[in-house]
Ligand binder design. Structure first.
Ligand code: ATP
Length: 361
């Protein structure tokens, strides 16, 4: 396993002379630590697979470098990079048994027989495949075949990294839930650097220690699931992560105050005077705004509907034209038309042109 450094890495499929805004991956510099579990998360077309393919060597970058443990591997072939990959669909040999499939990447590298057998048993055990070891892979379900693919990706202990590209796509929803947790446990057990591409926030947040959120070819934030939830660095992260996502509404911000729809909301930090011309918004997660009976000191909102998510109820309301979600306190009897909103100032963030502004304590 390896530490991975991306240095000013960027890629355009239309060549180096393409306009910077059209790059599939805009320049990124970051370090992924040895043995870490990373998820690349973002919607379709945001550049996740491009970044994964640059790391695996399937695509050569238009700009920048990739280092494995300090060594520049940017121009090395996929084989020479010593990585394992698991794709969306099973890549296995149908004519071999499950055990032979799992052993294949090790036999290919001339690993001694006893070592191969021990490692195959360990991986089969971790993935609940022991019972099937002597069966021909061809007779198994799509789920089981994908588990074999996962096993083949994880069986070598000497790889620089294991790359997963939406590996649970073909898996039945119930098993998906189990496998997500299993992959996390496998990461702890096997101590490999793992990079996992997905557009599913639950998959990313369950699997990864660090989630790298991508939007329109850019890495907009890299952090722990808690950091992404508590302090989104970009409005996209706030909106994309969480269910419901973060509320983002235009505001006029000055000092310790945000003015929305003529109403003042107190802020925890001081924002001075923000740059003229920038689009200023506040962002607050629905979990940190409660609805209450309308009152003169509260921002007023019109009720549209109540969503009962079991663990909590959220009111979908409107402030002027802006849609907004807020928590319904337990036992609160919701009025028919208008409510007041009670903000928790510690969780109200300010954004200028979509980027988080750090206020002064
Ligand atoms: N081989 C290619 N040639 C030209 N453009 C490409 C190629 N592969 C991807 N793109 C473009 O690059 C951008 C990023 O695509 P990429 O596949 O990396 O995104 P993604 O986040 O992995 O999306 P998805 O989940 O749909 O695969 C998209 O605009 C896509 O159309």
């Amino acid at each position: 396993m390896a530490r991975i450094d991306l240095v000013d890495l960027a890629h355009s499929y239309s060549g180096n002379d393409a306009a910077p805004e059209s790059f599939a991956l805009k320049p990124v510099t970051m370090t992924w630590r040895q043995g870490g579990a990373y998820a690349l998360l973002g919607p379709s077309g945001c550049g996740k697979t491009t970044l994964l393919n640059l790391i695996s060597g399937i695509v050569t970058p238009s700009r920048g470098k990739i280092l494995f443990d300090g060594t520049d591997i940017t121009l090395l072939s996929t084989q020479k990079r010593n990585i394992a990959q698991v794709f969306q669909f099973p890549v296995i040999y149908d004519t071999m048994t499950v055990g032979q499939n799992l052993a294949f990447p090790l036999r290919n590298r001339g690993v001694p027989k006893a070592e191969v057998e021990a490692r195959v048993r360990q991986i089969a055990d971790l993935l609940d495949l022991t019972f099937y070891l002597d069966r021909k892979a061809t007779r198994l379900t799509a789920d089981a075949k994908q588990k074999i693919s996962l096993g083949r990706g994880l069986v070598r202990s000497d790889v620089a990294a294991v790359l997963f590209d939406e590996p649970l796509t073909v898996i039945d929803p119930e098993l998906k839930w189990q496998l997500r947790s299993k992959l996390k446990a496998l990461h702890r057990e096997l101590d490999l650097t793992m990079i996992y591409v997905t557009h599913d926030q639950t998959e990313a947040l369950t699997f990864a220690d660090t989630v790298v959120v991508m939007h329109d070819g850019r890495v907009v934030q890299s952090g722990t699931p808690a950091e992404l939830f508590d302090k989104p660095a970009h409005t996209f992260v706030g909106y994309f992560i969480g269910s419901p996502g973060m509320n983002i509404v235009p505001a006029v911000v000055s000092g310790h105050e945000a003015r929305i729809d003529g109403h003042i909301i107190g802020l925890h930090r001081n924002y001075g005077v923000l740059p003229a011309g920038a689009k200023i918004e506040i962002g607050v997660r629905p979990e940190f705004v409660n609805i209450a009976a309308p009152a003169s000191g509260l921002l007023s909102a019109a009720i549209e509907r109540i969503d009962d998510l079991g663990r909590a109820r959220f009111a979908r309301v409107r402030i002027g034209d802006a849609k907004f979600a807020a928590r319904v306190p337990p036992g609160f009897s919701v009025p028919d038309n208008r409510v007041g909103l009670v903000f928790d100032p510690a969780h109200v963030h300010v954004y200028a042109d979509s980027r988080l502004v750090e206020g002064v304590a």
